[in-house]
Ligand binder design. Sequence first.
Ligand code: G6P
Length: 607
Amino acid sequence: MCGIIGIVGDAPVADRLVDGLKRMEYRGYDSSGICTIVDGQLVRRRAEGKLANLVEVLKHDPADGLIGIAHTRWATHGAPTSSNAHPHATEEVALVHNGIIENFRPLREQMAGEGRNFESQTDTEVVVHLVSREVEKGRSPQEAVREVLPQLRGAFALAIAFKSHPDILIGARLGSPLVVGYGEGEMFLGSDALALAPLTQKIAYLEEGDWVVLTKSGATIYDAENNEVTREVQASGATAAAIEKGNYRHYMQKEIYEQPTVVAQTLGSYLRREDNSVALPQFDFDLTAIKRITIVACGTSYYAAMVAKYWFEQFARVPVDLDFASEFRYRDPVLEDGGLALFISQSGETADTLAALRHCKENGQIIGVVVNVPTSSMAREADLLLPTHAGPEIGVASTKAFTCQLAVLAALAAHMAVKKGLMSREEEQEVVKHLLEAPAALNAALDHDDDIAAMAHLIAPARDVLYLGRGQDYPLAMEGALKLKEISYIHAEGYASGEMKHGPIALIDEAVPVIVLAPSGPLFEKTVSNMEEVRARGGQVVLISDAEGLALAGEGCIATIEMPNVHPLIAPLVYSVPVQLLAYHTACVKGTDVDQPRNLAKSVTVE
Ligand code: G6P
């Protein structure tokens, strides 16, 4: 999603702005731009496509100001062309925006009626004209922004520069995050702490409705009612090292390999090794009184929710409703007072999930949040905050955040079961013991990387791929298909293996590889029967199972991948590895942009 950076500097800012944009490339974008103030003029440079194009433009036409704003754009309104790229500007004002201005049409019509000239198809340009109109009337930048913000509907983070005030930037946020960075005689604005990582470690998060005036020496922050407020300045903790690739070819590969470590870290904060018990953070509501859990998420986080439904129902005997955030918001769900609404998100900023969270809060739900960014909007609005400790995830396709989400959700389900008296002390110890086996099992799964890389050559030529799984491996089949689609652009579908005969079986022929996820265990034979139905119709099967499963059913498959023999509870964590690696290597064979796949954004902060 769009990335914003602004600097009120003591030295030329263009290079540092571009470096900041580079650190936000992972968010996903399709054009970029920069504006600085040089000799009392707004100097704007923009380019389609990758940042290298903007760098090339700047090489020929520099923008050497001491103050500036810059942006990576993920297109919503209008194609990713240079004329739609931000900053948008009038003679007086330049501005970058993340989010969507929902009421831009009537505002645009009104201003076009006043003779204002629009150059782009974006929703953003309307904001620059609104601010400019006030400035042209003789208002100060502060007065202009104060006048305009209440007119905007939708979500936004904004950074604004003013030609006649080359010593200030103004930022504002509603629905999209914005961070203020405090430097030595310089000040910064950024979409996230990572964008500002090498510039400063001192940051403050703006709250909903806040706006801020930045000068070289500091920031004055106002809330939505225009009262001057203070927001805590904290150590950012984001280091440039955390977002380096090290010896890996791609961030996604690095993040897949980090899983044994980060899952162990995450489990470490929810399990007590001394007595093999589950230990959750303190909260002030009674878990045993919860009659229903509503889980809401998007993308990969949604598939973690699907796995968790099995656990909550099996262990804690609590019924679980599950929905994509984008659907949940608009279907008027029944929410009984005192229910637990659980939101799962890597970023904690996904617009649909955040809106669903707020809807649940207004409707008397206890808000639980499983999130990887502890400073995110969702984290701040939670009653029960359950952080995953995956560290920054840069690859657009989520990997380590997913397995860490599973670890937290398994611990929560077990904890609820213990509290409800449905899990004995011995059973709790067993569950904890199995969860603690996960990091070693993830390592053992990673040992098969070379086999999977070799197998990717069989998958890369396919146009369609089918993934099958049963029980808690069914969501994994969906996740495997999603990973493949996201980064290799091969059409893939995940299906419950028993449901295949009600439709997808018609697709089976020798051109459609079928990836079967079947750890040995109670559902193994049933899954294998479905696999045989595929094979009987000429289907080409890749079986992912443990040694026992492969010995029983591996014969006749075009390939097999051996996983360690693990308890069913941790199978979803361990079997994530081969589906992630298979997608990764297939994408490498196809030569796609693994870390920044086309059209995708890391965190989708628009509806
Ligand atoms: C985007 C990302 C996915 C992610 C989804 C949900 O689509 O590309 O990888 O799973 O958003 O994001 P969240 O941050 O809420 O988990």
